[in-house]
Design a protein around this ligand. Structure first.
Ligand code: PGA
Length: 262
């Protein structure tokens, strides 16, 4: 499925390290059976091991396929790593910079930037995840932290490369906790991200860039978040494993699109 230009809402399901291959294939079928809206983009990001069989299930349909991470080199002696070149043969997009990788695997700002550049070089679209911890928010540093994530991720990326990226704002304290950012706070940070991307990549790229919210987004809170002017979709963890919930979030994104007339 071709990636569409412009700020068409994107609802991406990050399955994380959940489901076996068999369960993942079944889950994909269940997601497709929900009847997803045709006026937004929907992506699923299963574990690496599932990419080929899941691709075969979604083949010819509108759902995009993505990986949850990649390495920063295209080939070589890097035992256990996954090449963005290999991924480009299987899927359209890749997520980099997820906070679980930054925190649990000590992934540095520099590593995120290298991965981003390597993925773009192989023709992949990239979802770049950024977001502050609770301590950083309470200290009043949320925007500074997010700006630092963006500056490092986009270092050396030209406007054409940035135009193939999506930024996902995921406050760490909201991920998997059931505690969602308020629509107001999420909008405020997404607007700040757009402003900062304007200085990094130019006003045109920033104006056309999709900025997602992620962190305990569910069918219950999606509509309110997606109604905000600078929130162009969601990166969904837990709720992406529940087909009806995931489809309801996609429907909310579609409804927000028609309301905003974008
Ligand atoms: P969550 O995860 O929806 O389970 O909070 C979001 C994410 O980590 O992408």
């Amino acid at each position: 499925m071709a990636w569409q230009a412009g700020r068409i809402p994107l609802v991406a399901g990050n399955w994380k390290m959940n489901t076996t291959v068999t369960e993942g294939v079944a889950l994909t079928r269940q997601v497709l059976d929900q009847g997803l809206p045709g006026d937004i983009e929907v992506a699923i990001l299963p574990p690496f091991t599932h990419l080929v069989p899941v691709r075969d299930v979604i083949a010819g349909g509108a759902v995009l396929l993505g990986a949850q991470d990649c390495f920063w080199e295209a080939a070589g002696a890097y035992t256990g790593e996954i090449s963005p070149r290999t991924l480009a043969e299987i899927c359209e997009l890749v997520l980099v910079g997820h906070s679980e990788r930054r925190r649990l695997l000590d992934e540095s700002e520099e590593a995120v930037g290298r991965k981003l550049r390597a993925a773009l070089a192989e023709g992949l679209r990239v979802i770049v995840a950024v977001g502050e911890t609770l301590e950083e928010r309470e200290a009043g540093d949320a925007e500074t932290v997010v700006h630092a994530h963006l500056a490092a991720a986009f270092e050396g990326v030209d406007a054409g490369g940035a135009a193939r990226c999506v930024v996902a704002y995921e406050p760490v304290w909201a991920i998997g906790t059931g505690r969602t950012a308020s629509a107001r706070d999420a909008q405020s940070m997404c607007a700040a991200i757009r402003g900062y991307m304007s200085s990094l990549a130019g006003a045109d790229v920033a104006a056309g860039m999709r900025i997602l919210y992620g962190g305990s987004m569910t069918a219950d809170n999606a509509a309110e978040l997606l109604a905000e002017a600078d929130i162009d979709g969601g990166l969904i963890g837990g709720a992406s494993l529940k087909p009806a919930q995931f489809a309801a979030i996609a429907a909310a994104a579609s409804a927000a699109r028609s309301t905003q007339g974008s």
